[in-house]
Design a protein. Structure first.
Length: 94
């Protein structure tokens, strides 16, 4: 299982994020390859504040090719732990 929870570029944390691993995207509209196809299916119907663990099999991830530049090997099963904190700017209460 490849754990996609660590966001790094060239093995270094993204500067200025202060360990913030929040991702901002439009469901079903991200550029091809930014997230695996199974990501959209796994997030549909989520509510603000909900947590999900997505286990994305290779057929719904990056298949037999993988994404070598991101360190994702061929035939990798991906795991994402997701907390939905906002939809269209409507944040969950603190």
């Amino acid at each position: 299982v490849f754990d996609g929870s660590a966001i790094k570029v060239d093995e270094k944390p993204i500067p200025g994020r202060g360990n913030d691993v929040s991702l901002f995207f439009v469901l079903g509209k991200q550029p091809f390859g930014q997230f695996p196809p199974g990501f959209d299916a796994g997030l549909q119907g989520m509510c603000v504040g909900e947590r999900r663990r997505l286990i994305v099999p290779p057929v719904l991830a990056y298949g037999s090719v993988g994404v070598p530049r991101r360190g994702i090997p061929p035939n990798a099963t991906l795991q994402y732990d997701i907390t939905l904190v906002s939809i269209n700017g409507l944040a969950m209460p603190q």
